[in-house]
Design a protein around this ligand. Structure first.
Ligand SMILES: [Zn+2]
Length: 81
C-alpha cells in the first residue's frame, strides 16, 4: 500500500466523465492505439477541454459520453437558427 499514490491514481480503463468502462484498446492491454475505436471517431475539441489536466492524454473517454456530447452540439446548432 503506497499512500502517495492515493490521490493521483488514474484508472485508464474508466471514462473520466461517467466512470464506466471506456473499452479503449490501449487500456485493455492490446497496446496498439491505431486499433482503438477512439481513433476512428472524431472527438470534439470542446469535449477534450472538459477533461481534467491530470487525466488528459492518459485516459480515454467512453463512446457513450462522446456521442452524447456530439448530440448536444448538434442540438445547439439546431436551436441556434
Ligand atoms: Zn463515459
Amino acid at each position: 500500500m503506497n499512500h502517495d499514490d492515493m490521490d493521483t491514481t488514474i484508472d485508464e480503463s474508466r471514462c473520466v466523465f461517467c466512470g464506466g468502462e471506456n473499452r479503449c484498446t490501449m487500456a485493455a492491454g492490446a497496446g496498439n492505439a491505431a486499433l482503438c475505436w477512439c481513433t476512428s471517431l472524431r472527438i470534439p475539441r470542446s469535449l477534450l477541454e472538459l477533461v481534467p489536466d491530470a487525466a488528459r492524454d492518459r485516459v480515454c473517454i467512453c463512446r457513450d459520453c462522446i456521442e452524447r456530447h456530439i448530440a448536444l452540439l448538434d442540438e445547439e446548432q439546431v436551436t441556434d437558427r
